[in-house]
Ligand binder design. Structure first.
Ligand code: SAM
Ligand code: SF4
Length: 379
């Protein structure tokens, strides 16, 4: 059985839907808005997340249903040349300063090294990172580095074979671990690891995961589970909050806020020192840092700098946008650069003020889980 992708039934390319906070349709962008990807709340998007595919070879329970999703057709997905043009417009005309490639699973795209190399040719200084589940990375890391990839994030929720398999519904832990090490060896550092904690499955493993990451010089980031699972199984009541994550880690470690400016980064970073079992105090040197991305309970919407392009070339101003603007359709219809730039600016102008996720289940009516799963948006 396949599950419908569930693309929101909104007219593509036109304004539709509303502001998540107000429920109102956003006003059109005035003619005199400055260059760049500005929204109505004074935020400027400079961080581009671009999905290369909706397909994936894992089935993480917090993201995909066991059966997978109904994948986009090859024709529907952006080609290499289309991606390269969209990135060029983002960087040259709209002030994008960093690019993150994601999916779905970006490694399943056979032309991934060519895409990276072509973007790199146009933008020698652009930081290009990639979020991947790491399956197959051991064989590709060196090639991706040579193509021009700057850095990598690998998702790793457990170091226990059984737990990993339960969470991802695939027995690939060894392959992921080999991928992480290969990324580091290829010079794709600093290697960051993303972990989503699920109650009763991998939550108590969090200090061990951190110990493992610190020992290898990887930066671990815990991500609060968001209501972006295709199964719609998320509940605010059962999710593991950032506060709980800090408590879980405090068994073995003392965390102190990192003094560096957050600068629009989603993760709150902490310096980590070991906790002395007898005194309960911090002991020894700083071992490294840990990040916590508290998108639900401590949202950072007011400082959000992200603009997202889905694999089929839709602009999403927020993971939780209820409206999408079709950039690829316009591009394929022969639009000029100026027309594409204007549509992108329109899309970002309509960015909601905030996602309202933390209101779910608390009686507030202003949050509706999007139909798209994380894999169909590009996390
Ligand atoms: N397949 C790649 C991977 O897993 O790294 C890239 C795409 S995945 C959608 C990007 C990130 O989103 C991963 O780190 C994953 O753990 C995270 N993610 C997926 N579903 C999520 C959810 N419901 N809540 C929080 N994070 C989620
Ligand atoms: Fe695939 Fe990444 Fe979603 Fe897991 S989180 S199912 S690896 S897209």
């Amino acid at each position: 059985m396949t599950v419908q992708l569930g693309i929101p039934a909104l007219p593509t390319g036109d304004r539709a839907g509303g502001d998540l906070a107000s429920g109102l349709v956003p006003p059109p962008r005035p003619d005199n808005t400055p260059a760049g990807l500005w929204d109505r709340y004074g935020r400027r998007a400079t961080d581009m997340r671009l999905s290369l595919t909706d397909k994936c070879n894992l089935r993480c329970t917090y993201c995909m249903p066991a059966e997978g999703l109904e994948w986009l057709s090859k024709q529907a997905v952006m080609t290499k040349d289309e991606i390269v043009r969209i990135v060029r417009l983002g960087v040259e005309a709209l002030g994008v300063r960093e690019l993150r490639l994601t999916g779905g699973e970006p490694l399943v795209r056979a032309d991934l090294p060519d895409i990276i190399a072509a973007i790199r040719d146009n933008h020698p200084e652009l930081p290009i990172s990639m979020t991947t589940n790491g399956v197959g990375l051991d064989k590709k890391a060196a090639r991706l580095k040579a193509a021009g990839l700057t850095r990598i994030n690998v998702s790793l929720d457990s170091l226990h074979e059984e737990t990993f398999t339960k969470l991802t519904r695939r027995p690939f832990l060894d392959r992921v671990l080999a991928g992480v090490d290969a990324a580091w060896a290829a010079g794709l550092g600093p290697v960051k690891l993303n972990a989503v904690l699920m109650r009763g499955i991998n939550d108590t493993e969090s200090p061990d995961l951190l110990e493992w990451a610190l020992g290898r010089g990887y930066e671990l980031r815990f991500i609060e589970q968001m209501p972006l699972d295709a199964d719609h199984g998320w509940t605010r009541r059962t999710m593991i909050t950032a506060a709980e994550i800090r408590t879980l880690l405090s068994r073995d470690f003392v965390l102190s806020p990192d003094s560096r400016a957050r600068d629009g980064a989603p993760a709150e970073r902490f310096d980590v020192r070991r906790r002395d079992a007898a005194s309960g105090e911090a002991t020894g040197p700083v071992l490294g840092t840990v990040g916590i991305i508290a998108s639900v309970t401590e949202p950072f919407c007011s400082d959000c700098r992200r603009t997202r392009i889905t694999a089929e070339g839709k602009i999403m101003s927020c993971l939780f946008s209820r409206e999408e603007f079709d950039l690829l359709g316009l591009l394929r219809a022969g639009a000029t650069d100026a027309e594409l730039v204007a549509r992108w600016q329109d899309a970002m102008w309509a960015k909601p003020k905030a996602h309202g996720m933390d209101h779910t289940g608390l009686g507030a009516p202003d949050f509706v889980q999007p139909d798209r799963s994380m894999s169909a948006i590009g996390g």
